[in-house]
Write a protein that binds this ligand. Structure first.
Ligand code: QUE
Length: 355
């Protein structure tokens, strides 16, 4: 079965991520197919809009095919990982710079590599079933796919909160923070897709499609009580200058505030090395371009496989499923700063960006 489905309904092109049993986690084959289709669509003058969606009813995309990376962990030059990450990041960048509008249907799980793939989409459509997260610190990795660029620019500690805890948030929170810019009730998705396909078949122009989408995907007014409590808590604990300060605030609040207690418990389960490097990656990303962040991510990704907690994290969460990872360090405070900085040393490999 094809891992990416492609079809064209007149002026609308559809890319369906099609590994529903793996929650549409991106394999290298999928990355290459999506890239090939996007390059063809860019050259095809009849297409005015690209829609990316996930097959099945559970996920848009759960991330990358980390099982394949785990299986290739002993390659001496990490050829599989180099190919996977450099092609994945080049694809993420291609979407950011894509010459035609892209619409991402963020229905269900949208995590890690799925977030990165569609960060550049002009229409990011949240639904009542969206579960959005960057969960990588839980597998001894870090929020890659260029997302430190966006996360480091969010207000009120939301970037460090999402990046460090890996907690998921819903579509309303995405709308209220601008991370999503359109809305569709999940039950309405089949009708929406059928209507959009029919418009494409009738030859709707780019302008006509944009107007129709703007009217069809109007976000609901987010009720303040749906998002304000969590945003207030996030700001109180995560809008801090250092990782140590975040942990100290959570410790201080844990006895009276369930949010602090839960966040502290979550951070204690994450890889301390991942937390330390992730916080530093966010700090550096504030003054970096998107492509610079992706290039840094390539070096970090290889370091996390070679001398980070990635292999142990994937073993514990996805291979043996014992959920008892033995991290290299037992607490954030015991990760030497030279070890953190060494993760950022430039590498010789360059991402094959298109022009
Ligand atoms: C953290 C992650 C991922 C994860 C679990 C984490 C991730 C990812 C998957 C995943 C899920 C289902 C699959 C699959 C991979 O899980 O990135 O192949 O079938 O892709 O805690 O970052």
């Amino acid at each position: 079965m094809d891992s990416v489905l492609f079809r064209q309904t007149g002026t609308v092109a559809w890319l369906g991520l099609n590994r529903p049993k793996q929650l549409n986690a991106l394999s290298l084959e999928m990355i290459r197919l999506i890239r090939q289709y996007l390059d063809e669509i860019a050259r095809n003058p009849s297409v005015e809009l690209v829609v990316m969606y996930g097959e099945g009813d559970r996920a848009f995309c759960a991330g990358g095919d980390i099982r394949a990376l785990y299986d290739a962990k002993d390659e001496p030059h990490l050829d599989t990982a180099v190919a996977f990450f450099s092609e994945e990041y080049a694809l993420d960048d291609r979407v950011v710079r894509y010459p035609k509008p892209v619409l991402a249907l963020w229905d269900g799980i949208v995590m890690g590599g799925g977030v990165g793939l569609t960060y550049g989409a002009s229409w990011k459509v949240a639904t009542d079933r969206t579960r959005f997260a960057m969960p990588e610190t839980g597998i001894g990795f870090f929020p890659d796919v260029g997302m430190c660029h966006a996360l480091s620019r969010l207000e009120g500690g939301l970037g460090p909160y999402l990046a460090l805890t890996g907690e998921s948030v819903d579509g309303w929170l995405l709308l209220s923070t601008g991370m999503a810019n359109a809305w569709l009730p999940s039950h309405d998705r089949p009708a929406f897709q059928a209507e959009l396909a029919a418009l494409g078949e009738k030859g709707a122009s780019a302008e006509a499609l944009q107007r129709w989408l703007a009217a069809r995907l109007v976000p609901p007014k987010v009720q303040p009580e749906q998002v304000e409590p969590v945003l207030r808590s996030v700001k109180a604990y995560f809008d801090a200058p250092t990782l140590e300060e975040i942990l100290a605030r959570l410790q201080e609040g844990a006895s009276r505030d369930p949010f602090a207690a839960k966040s502290l418990e979550t951070l204690r389960q994450r890889s301390p090395l991942s937390l330390a490097v992730t916080f530093e990656a966010l700090r550096r990303a504030r003054n970096a371009t998107y492509r610079e962040v992706l290039q840094t991510d390539l070096g970090l990704a290889l370091q996390f496989i070679r001398r980070g907690d990635f292999v142990e994290g994937v073993r514990a969460q996805l291979v043996d499923k014992d959920r008892q990872p033995k991290w290299r360090h037992d607490r954030v405070e015991s990760v030497p700063s030279e070890e953190i900085q060494a993760f950022f040393e430039p590498i010789h490999l360059a991402i094959p960006f298109a022009n």
